[in-house]
Write a new protein. Structure first.
Length: 359
């Protein structure tokens, strides 16, 4: 770890000097001097840039890396994110926020040990509304952040998605599956942006020897999701709490698998610190049909006015999604800890307040 590296150098080379400054005997450890302690902490703490930090997943990553003792630089242009997700962190001395669009040249002064690229519209409503920004952030944004990683000799982890498998013909999806994507369909802007993100990340790894990590995230949920982001889970919660129809597309037999956000964050943390540079699935393999899922939400919310409202299936809606997580299990020792019941219970508390505040 970089931390250890600095610690070794400093205790070895600078011990005498700093002990002198602090008027302590030369064999005292340098961390006994309070003035130096502050400076030393700054130098030894790993420093991480999180792009997309004001978003749902990015904000949870900020919390986790601060809790792990990192200095966190949060970057976002608030395209789909919300400062409210990270405002509780502004008082932290190890937290900085840069308002910046990563499709423009990215400069961060000082050292950087790690970069997480989580900047991108991620929900269908967002990327259908902002197709060009979605393609640009996947392509130009990722290129800029890879360039920064190369310059700083930082390790970079990029957020890819199960959408790279498109409407998969293989089930469950292993990382070796190349996918079934319609490049010119409405979802193509997101799927192809992420496929490019993976390709350019591998190119930087192979050509420039940048230390890269690629995570393929499957549907994730939890507090700080937006109520109206077009994803099924907030939609169901909003509709159930308000006592409306829960929109189920087609016959409702299409499946998804939902991972609680804390489990995902643990997977990201482990992958970043691992030696594995090929794409890795992280998600919860527990699969459920949309019809069953709607019933689970109805049971949880217990609003007698809510009901299931069947609508025609949208274009290119994937029919099945379930990650094969053998790699995450064997390489990272990772598996989801939250079952759906527990994760939904926590998330329901969050959405209750959201719906109330939305009036
Ligand atoms: N949530 C999921 O289930 C899921 C699944 C698969 C992959 N992912 C990936 O994880 C990442 C985060 O997703 P999320 O659900 O937190 O979405 P989100 O929309 O909540 O967060 C994305 C953040 O990126 C920011 N952003 C967008 N374009 C930017 C730009 N050009 N410059 C700087 N910031 C920019 C947004 O303002 C937002 O804060 C995305 O890359 C997404 O593709 C998410």
């Amino acid at each position: 770890m970089v931390n250890h590296y600095f610690q070794n150098i400093l205790t070895f080379r600078d011990k005498r000097l700093f002990s002198f400054i602090s008027f302590l005997p030369p064999d005292s450890p340098p961390y006994l001097c309070p003035a130096f302690q502050k400076h030393f902490n700054k130098m030894t703490k790993p420093r991480i840039l999180i792009a997309g930090a004001a978003g749902f997943i990015g904000s949870h990553l900020c919390d986790r890396f601060l809790a792990e003792g990192y200095q966190v630089i949060a970057m976002d242009n608030l395209l789909t994110g919300d400062l409210a997700n990270i405002e509780h962190l502004f008082k932290e001395k190890d937290f900085e926020y840069y308002h910046h669009d990563v499709t423009k040249f990215v400069h961060v002064p000082g050292k950087l040990d790690y970069i997480l690229n989580f900047a991108s519209p991620a929900s269908p409503i967002d990327y259908l509304l902002m197709p060009i920004q979605t393609l640009k952030v996947g392509a130009l944004g990722t290129h800029n952040l890879l360039g920064l990683a190369k310059e700083k000799k930082a390790r970079i982890l990029v957020a890819s998605t199960s959408e790279v498998y498109g409407d998969p013909l293989m089930h469950p999806q292993t990382e070796e599956y190349w996918g079934n994507v319609n490049p010119v369909g409405p979802r193509g802007v997101y799927d192809e942006a992420k496929r490019f993100l993976e390709a350019i990340t591998m190119a930087y790894h192979n050509y420039h020897q940048v230390e890269t990590r690629i995570i393929r995230i499957f549907n994730t949920y939890g507090p700080r999701m937006r109520l109206n982001d077009g994803r099924v889970l907030p939609a169901f919660f909003g509709q159930a709490i308000r006592g409306e129809g829960l929109t189920v597309f087609g016959d409702g037999l299409q499946t998804r698998s939902f991972c609680y956000v804390d489990d995902l964050v643990e997977g990201i943390y482990r992958l970043l610190l691992s030696d594995y540079h090929l794409p890795m699935n992280v998600g919860n393999p527990s699969e459920i049909t949309m019809m069953q899922f709607a019933h689970e939400i109805l049971d949880l919310v217990q609003n007698p006015k809510a009901f299931i409202d069947y609508r025609p299936l949208p274009v290119d809606d994937p029919k099945q999604r379930r990650p094969d997580i053998t790699k995450a299990r064997t390489i990272l020792g990772w598996e989801p800890k939250y079952d759906r019941k527990e994760g939904l219970r926590i998330t329901y508390e969050y959405f209750k307040v959201k719906v109330q505040n939305a009036g």
